[in-house]
Write a protein that binds this ligand. Structure first.
Ligand code: UDP
Length: 348
């Protein structure tokens, strides 16, 4: 058979023609980070600040929180611009990197904001690529495992083109991110700007909104409140859950690399959603029951990242297993439930 076999990542993807724009003499960068008020954006911003860089956070706060912004504002190297990046953003001064993390990312959110999700992935990506081009900055796109849709190969490697329903309810997110990847590669090929594409798989951790609606936050909050766990379908569908600290390390390494093609970042340990429900019940000591609900349309039946490329290129792999990660995050959700009466947000 000609060409690469599945699960054998080739290195045919676009090495940088423009090599590094990051001057190794310049220890500290000025970074524009869209989605800085969100879950991943705020963790990534905190990491860049801790490493000594300057971060301009941009967010329109439709799914991000003022609380995340306030925490980042404790650093004098952080500034915040409340702005919807679906419209152009002008910025004075020198910029080393533009990282585009703005988007609804929970299915519950992108069902509530379908047009905004399409706009931030398409117009927002175009605007941020334009900014990166104008500033001669490196660009990183937060893409997603959703580009693989409901996959018919397993695990999913970067060579797989995906199985996405463009007109289904998830299409607004999946197609926006697929367009965003295409636009990113076009800017790389046409304008030679250095680009990075992170295909991010399911990630959880502190600072997730309690009402985010994704499975880890829903189950933990429901278990801690003694409410039934909302299990969609028969729970036989699988996901692979990455702890946020591992993901942030992968993102930083990818940003600093010289590789322009998409790279999967996620934890390859795969669990059924039913397994997750049982682990959550056991670890929280909850007596909650499991309540079976209909499986949402186009919900992927299996998902696990092939991370060989990230291992080889970045020397990266996750270090925190699901139980260790849950142990770290349970106190955060307990605080949300006990101190703030936080509620889960299952699909209606
Ligand atoms: N899920 C569930 N109960 C919930 C939320 C999600 O059973 O309250 C299931 C959902 O159907 C999917 C998996 O958990 O199969 C992961 O869903 P999530 O919304 O976290 O993210 P996705 O991976 O679908 O983007």
């Amino acid at each position: 058979m000609d060409g690469p076999t599945p699960n054998t990542p080739s290195f045919r993807f676009w090495p940088d023609s423009a090599e590094s724009t990051l001057n190794p003499e310049d220890l500290f960068m000025r970074i524009i980070l869209t989605g800085a008020a969100g879950f991943l954006g705020s963790h990534l911003a905190a990491r860049f600040l801790a490493d000594g860089h300057e971060v301009v956070g941009v967010d329109n706060l439709i799914t991000g929180t003022g609380e995340n912004v306030a925490r980042l504002q404790e650093s004098e190297r952080f500034t915040f611009r409340e702005h919807d990046v679906s419209t152009p953003l002008f910025m004075a001064g020198h910029v080393d990197g533009v990282l585009h993390f703005a988007s609804a990312a929970s299915p519950v959110d992108y069902l509530e904001f379908p047009i905004q999700t399409l706009k931030v992935g398409s117009l927002g990506t175009h605007n941020m690529l334009g900014l990166a081009k104008a500033k001669e900055a490196r660009f990183l796109l937060a893409s997603t495992s959703e580009v693989y849709g409901d996959p018919d190969i397993h695990p999913q490697d970067e060579e797989y083109w995906g199985n996405v329903n463009p007109v289904g309810p998830r299409g607004v997110y999946d197609e926006a991110k697929r367009f965003a990847e295409a636009m990113t590669m076009a800017y790389h090929r046409v304008h030679g700007i250095p680009v990075r594409i992170a295909r991010i798989f399911n990630t959880y951790g502190t600072r997730m909104r309690p009402g985010d609606g994704r499975v880890v936050s829903n189950f933990l909050i429901q278990a801690l409140r003694g409410e039934p766990l909302s299990l969609y379908g028969d729970g036989g569908q699988t996901r692979s859950f990455c702890y946020v600290d591992d993901l942030v390390e992968g993102l930083v390494r990818l940003f600093e690399s010289t590789y322009s093609g998409p790279v999967n970042l996620g934890n390859p340990d795969e669990f059924t959603v039913r397994d997750l429900a049982e682990i959550v019940l056991e670890m929280t000591g909850s007596e909650s029951e499991i309540e079976f609900r209909p499986l949402p349309e186009d919900d992927p039946k299996i998902r696990r990242p092939e991370i060989r490329l990230a291992r080889e290129l970045l020397g990266w792999e996750p270090k925190i297993g699901l139980r260790d990660g849950l142990e770290q995050v349970i106190p955060y959700f307990r605080e949300q439930v006990e101190g703030k009466d936080a509620r889960a947000r299952p699909l209606a």
